[in-house]
Design a binder for this molecule. Structure first.
Ligand SMILES: NC(=O)c1ccc[n+]([C@@H]2O[C@H](COP(=O)([O-])OP(=O)(O)OC[C@H]3O[C@@H](n4cnc5c(N)ncnc54)[C@H](O)[C@@H]3O)[C@@H](O)[C@H]2O)c1
Length: 339
């Protein structure tokens, strides 16, 4: 299958993009990235809050819309980036696809697997691209980790640990109690569900294997000092290549305890350790190699890179390596937290 608009789009210098949702991810990550991607033109932004839409529109001298349906009529918009809360993804994505627009959609694609599958079928039928925003595949130190694993630097990867601790104070600010992310019907689970999908996909991608079994133990504790509920959710995972590992997500710690850490262990006794997004170490008894990645802004967690890749796939008619199927697999594993 060939994506893109064929000859018509090839003759266009830049892919016209609109970003819907100007919250944490839409504005900080995608608006900033698309403004700097040479083959993209940020044509418009969309948000139901006029103040937010107007502010970004006047800052960058671009159009703004309060209703995505109006934006979808604009022929200069070739692609829509959906960064609204998860409960609204289905409507925005399905309408964009039926208007012939390509879509980059934030994760999780929808609150339930059946809706995500339906969107995948709609994109196929419409002959346009629906790419899930699985940006950990583009994060600098994880890209290097993948390269080392594929070169068999650690032999066969046999085990892993992934730890992501978010300061409770930060999460309470982004997704307060009562917000969509804490509503199981609206978001598909709680914040641990929403925030687990990127690392679940990361493990599948790094190990080139499927997650065949997972056992989750979530704990939701009241944090009286913050008047907020924190989570500590641990998953024990088995992969199709026999590897095992743990995923540990927490949002009950102080800012000093915030961390993101991945360790992958190989059968030649070497290990790879990725810390945050910018540091990687290869460890064995006789040597320690280290990489420091000095990316800044939207390149830090790979948003700029996945946004550029999305534009490239549209402009050059490439079939994307990040698919709806990947999104569904991550969502299916994450969903078991609440089942
Ligand atoms: N890729 C990542 O690193 C990452 C990280 C966190 C969250 N996310 C995902 O991004 C999405 C958005 O999360 P967020 O934390 O930025 O949300 P948010 O609540 O901070 O912001 C959402 C924005 O969308 C606007 N909005 C709501 N409904 C709308 C509609 N129908 N049309 C247009 N605008 C609308 C809101 O006014 C708000 O400005 C979620 O799906 C979330 O899971 C991605």
């Amino acid at each position: 299958m060939r994506y893109g608009y064929g000859d018509e789009l090839m003759s266009k210098d830049k892919v016209g993009v609109a970003v819907a949702g100007l919250g944490f991810v839409g504005r900080q990550a995608h608006v900033s990235a698309f403004r700097k991607i040479p083959d993209a033109e940020l044509v418009a932004v969309i948000d139901v809050i006029e103040e937010a839409a107007k502010e970004v529109s006047s800052k960058y001298k671009i159009k703004y819309y309060l209703d995505h349906k109006e934006a979808l009529k604009n022929p200069d918009i070739d692609a829509l980036v959906v960064a609204v809360p998860t409960p609204f993804h289905y409507d925005l994505v399905s309408e964009a696809l039926s208007n012939g627009k390509h879509v980059l959609c934030e994760m999780p694609l929808t609150p339930n697997v059946a809706e995500s599958e339906k969107l995948g079928e709609m994109a196929e039928k419409a002959g346009v691209m629906l790419m899930p925003d699985l940006n950990f595949r583009f994060t600098p130190n994880y890209v290097k980790a993948k390269e080392l694993i594929d070169e068999l630097t650690i032999g066969k990867p046999i085990a892993f640990t992934f730890t992501e601790f978010i300061p409770a104070k930060d999460l309470a600010k982004q997704w307060p109690s009562g917000s969509w992310a804490w509503n199981k019907e609206k978001s598909g689970g709680y914040p641990d569900f929403t925030l687990s999908v990127w690392s679940i996909d990361l493990i599948r991608w790094l190990f080139n294997s499927e997650i065949v079994d997972v056992s989750w133990m979530p704990n939701y504790a009241q944090l009286p000092g913050l008047n907020y509920t924190g989570y500590n959710t641990v998953g024990i995972v088995k992969l199709s290549n026999d590897a095992v590992g743990t995923l540990y997500f927490s949002a009950s710690v102080s800012p000093g305890e915030g961390t993101s850490k991945l360790e992958v262990f190989g059968d030649n006794t070497r290990a790879i350790k990725a810390t945050w997004n910018n540091h990687l170490a290869l460890i064995d008894e006789s040597m320690k190699a280290e990489w420091e990645f000095k990316m800044r802004g939207t390149k830090v967690w790979g948003h700029y890179q996945i946004d550029s890749y999305f534009v490239d796939c549209i402009k050059y008619g490439k079939k994307p390596s990040v698919t709806v199927d990947d999104a569904i697999k991550a969502q299916t594993v994450a969903k078991k937290i609440v089942e």
